[in-house]
Write a protein that binds this ligand. Structure first.
Ligand code: SF4
Length: 205
């Protein structure tokens, strides 16, 4: 396993080993933002399916024509892994662990299986990624669709951008309070994101 695979596996294993204890707390404390997030995700899915399914096909990934899924180290937030864990069966999570452990040939994402992405709720970075060709094709013909996309991108920030209390930080904080630590906890470890929290008065100077 390379270092990316190791940190992915470590985060997933930490989350799985604490989920039995933290699940009730998680669902209680973040019930409202969680519902809002899943609504946002299903609205984004619908948008992508309505406007991009014609272009973004599985064969595009398989032919390596697309930039999506062709990077071996896509950014995943700790909260992405938690949200996917909450939405997946134990068998699905076992499969993800097994896939992470396999040697990666390097030209594609470690999570890309022959049938597509193995995540049930794929990372937010992936959900909001559109390649230039797809954007040109769709937005070039329909600026109103582009406006809709810009609104979805703005809403994404409400969950991950820590200039206020956001779901992704709340999730990290619950695991940190339980004694967990992961390099994927960017909202509590990335100097840039910590600076934003400081500027917003969410943490001490
Ligand atoms: S996590 Fe899934 S959607 Fe994201 S790049 Fe990997 S295979 Fe593609």
């Amino acid at each position: 396993m390379n270092s990316y695979q190791k940190e992915q596996l470590e985060a997933l294993q930490i989350i799985r080993s604490h989920m039995a204890v933290l699940k009730t707390e998680l669902l209680h404390i973040i019930e409202a933002p969680l519902k809002e997030y899943f609504l946002f995700r299903s609205q984004t899915d619908k948008f992508l399916s309505d406007h991009f399914s014609r272009i973004c096909s599985l064969s595009c990934y398989q032919n390596r024509l697309s930039a999506c899924c062709s990077k071996d180290g896509i950014i995943t937030f700790f909260a992405d892994v938690v949200l996917n864990t909450l939405s997946s069966s134990e068998a699905e999570l076992d499969r993800i662990e097994a896939i992470i452990k396999k040697p990666n040939t390097g030209y594609k994402c470690v999570y890309l299986a022959p049938e597509g992405c193995v995540w049930r709720v794929k990372p937010i970075v992936c959900q909001m990624f559109l390649c230039d060709k797809a954007e040109e094709d769709v937005f070039g013909k329909n600026p109103i669709v582009q406006e809709e996309w810009e609104l979805l991108k703005k809403r994404k920030k409400d969950f991950i951008w820590p200039d206020k209390i956001v779901l992704f930080d709340q999730i990290e904080s619950i695991f940190i309070a339980a004694g967990c630590s992961s390099t994927l906890m960017y909202l509590n470890k990335s100097p840039g994101l910590l600076r934003i929290k400081r500027q917003a008065g969410l943490i001490k100077k």
